[in-house]
Design a protein around this ligand. Structure first.
Ligand code: PMM
Length: 286
């Protein structure tokens, strides 16, 4: 199956699904919280991910795990800017994972080339304008509300259709406010106001996102639905986050096979190999 056009201005055009490696400069992210809070360690981590095959390194300074409380803007800026600056100086293609306009703007000034806003411009009234002015690609992820209450918002009749419809509506909003439509990236927001069965239904129907005609980013990495699938059969306890990387690579490569433009992962090496295998099989298909 041929992949839809994946051209975004200012970014390379990869001939396979791209890999976005994650550096969370936070004390409390669910899967890697506290490991890269020190800026030097965060930069080293980003460089290692790039060396292991990350095409993009996504830098974030605020945890969005279910139930998380927000950090101040000053603290978020303090965490991410030195890391963004240092990685871009070293030639790494950086995206900034933030819901705040000021953080996005400052990160782009420091060299970030994608704004990855898990709220798709809904959390901060200034974000869409900031994205429009920056001109860099902007991620419109499916989002129904802040992490502190997102579990209550997970109610769907037909999750695949509703999530696409809500993202299409938000795409219209961001384009009406000045974002270049050819710079929009879409994302189903796995785990954000989703129950476990919703995440699986979304992962099973990524083909349907072609109707939007935009590059699709998929972030299954280490998420709760994988931990629950792999729960200990004796105790019923979910598999710990750091032991979900093989499952992450599997989910990511199956997203690539459904046409994903990029997959966002905490551990890069296996997924980087897997997307290359997917591309080789696709290009050898009659
Ligand atoms: N998920 C997380 C953070 N950022 N960005 C996008 N575009 N899509 C996602 O699904 C997404 C994201 C939460 O995971 P983390 O806290 O482990 O980074």
């Amino acid at each position: 199956m041929k992949r839809p056009s994946q051209v975004l201005s200012g970014l390379p055009e990869w001939d396979r699904c791209a890999v976005m490696g994650v550096v969370n400069v936070t004390p409390d992210s669910f899967s890697d919280g506290g490991r890269w809070l020190d800026p030097g360690r965060a930069v080293d981590r980003g460089l290692l991910l790039a060396e292991q095959g990350a095409d993009i390194v996504d830098v974030g300074g605020e945890s969005t795990r279910p139930g998380a409380t927000r950090v101040s803007e000053e603290e978020e800026l303090r965490r991410v800017l030195p890391v963004v600056r240092s990685l871009t100086d070293k030639g790494v293609l950086v995206s900034i994972d933030t819901m705040r306009a000021r953080v996005a703007e400052a990160a782009v000034e420091s060299g970030a080339r994608i704004i990855n806003d898990v709220s798709g411009g809904r959390a901060d009234a200034g974000m869409i304008g900031a994205a429009a002015r920056s001109g860099v690609p902007f991620v419109v992820m499916h989002w129904r509300g802040q992490s502190a209450r997102m579990d209550e918002l997970a109610a769907y009749e037909d999750v695949a259709a509703e999530v696409i419809r809500e993202v299409a509506r938000q795409m219209d909003t961001v384009v009406a406010a000045g974002v270049d439509p050819s710079q929009v990236i879409v994302d189903p927001g796995l785990g954000f106001a989703k129950r476990r069965q919703d995440d699986w239904a979304l992962l099973a129907s990524l083909d349907a996102w072609r109707v939007l005609g935009r590059p699709l980013l998929v972030a299954a990495s280490r998420k709760r639905f994988l931990g629950e699938l792999l729960a200990d059969p004796r105790t019923g306890e979910a598999r710990p986050a750091r032991e979900r990387d093989a499952a992450t690579a599997a989910a990511s490569v199956l997203a690539a096979a459904q046409g994903a433009w990029a997959v966002r992962v905490h551990e890069v090496r296996d997924t980087a190999d897997a997307v290359r295998v997917e591309a080789a099989i696709r290009t050898n298909r009659a």
